[in-house]
Design a protein around this ligand. Structure first.
Ligand SMILES: NC(=O)c1ccc[n+]([C@@H]2O[C@H](COP(=O)([O-])OP(=O)(O)OC[C@H]3O[C@@H](n4cnc5c(N)ncnc54)[C@H](OP(=O)(O)O)[C@@H]3O)[C@@H](O)[C@H]2O)c1
Length: 224
């Protein structure tokens, strides 16, 4: 796959950073976005520590989005609407990969938050009508992503209404060692991906584990 510039809105958090580390290891150029240039620079140092020779830079979200061929949304759902509204002009018609699961953690209980548009990814598509929104990577645990020397051994189910963008993101997912990208259908299916995160987090708690998703019954791709 050609080298692409991958920008991460909120790439200073564990999930954005973990994905950035894996894609830096695959040879892509990384742009970490943050509300703070200083935090973005610190995140870049963490990438460089794990992937010597990584091509990574850090800047505020607005600038990071402008640089990216593909823009990842890796922020909590609490900031999803306001952040995307503010960045919409900079995002324009780009491919946007929404990794967000809308969850609440009140009273020690994890639950899915009802989203008026159906899902976080559908909210993103409504806020960014020109963009090609793809929902993916919800079930790759951040701390496992950071252990870049270990293959992930997981499937990434990808949902989108834009077929070319979906294929591009499935191919990108398979650049992470041990990941198989699967076509999960239209963007409307993203609500089930996002909500299933609740089940995985519950399993993690019960079994003191770091679970991911693996679908049986589909012949494996060479990388699966
Ligand atoms: N953690 C996981 O294992 C995991 C796995 C799969 C999917 N996810 C999903 O990925 C997303 C990010 O997860 P995370 O654990 O990395 O989250 P996080 O650490 O809570 O947040 C990531 C970054 O988002 C920015 N941010 C925080 N609040 C914000 C707000 N109100 N508005 C705008 N930006 C804000 C912060 O960056 P700055 O302060 O630098 O701007 C923060 O470092 C979540 O939606 C989660 O559902 C997480």
């Amino acid at each position: 796959m050609p080298v692409e510039v991958l920008s991460f809105i909120g790439g200073t958090g564990p999930e954005g950073l973990g994905l950035a580390v894996r894609f830096a290891a695959a040879g892509h150029e990384i742009v970490i976005g943050s509300r703070s240039p200083e935090r973005a620079r610190q995140a870049v140092e963490k990438i460089e520590a794990r992937v010597p020779g990584a091509r990574a830079t850090g800047m505020v979200n607005q600038e990071a989005v402008g640089r990216g061929d593909i823009v990842f949304v890796t922020i909590p759902f609490a900031g999803h609407r306001d952040t995307l509204e503010a960045l919409a002009p900079a995002i324009g018609a780009k491919v946007v990969v929404d990794v967000v699961s809308p969850l609440s953690f009140g009273d020690g209980k994890i639950a899915a938050i009802a989203v008026p548009e159906g899902s976080a990814a559908e909210q993103a598509q409504a806020l960014l009508p020109e963009a090609q929104v793809v929902a993916a990577f919800h079930h790759l645990d951040a701390s496992e992503l950071m252990r870049v020397e270990r293959p992930m051994g997981a499937d990434v189910v990808v949902c989108a209404d834009h077929q070319e963008a979906k294929k591009r993101v499935m191919a990108l997912a398979e650049e992470i060692e041990g990941v198989r990208g699967l076509d999960g259908g239209p963007l409307a299916n993203s609500r089930y991906l996002e909500q299933f995160t609740v089940v995985l987090l519950s399993l993690n708690k019960t079994y003191k584990a770091r679970t991911s998703l693996k679908i049986a019954g589909i012949p494996s791709s060479p990388k699966g």
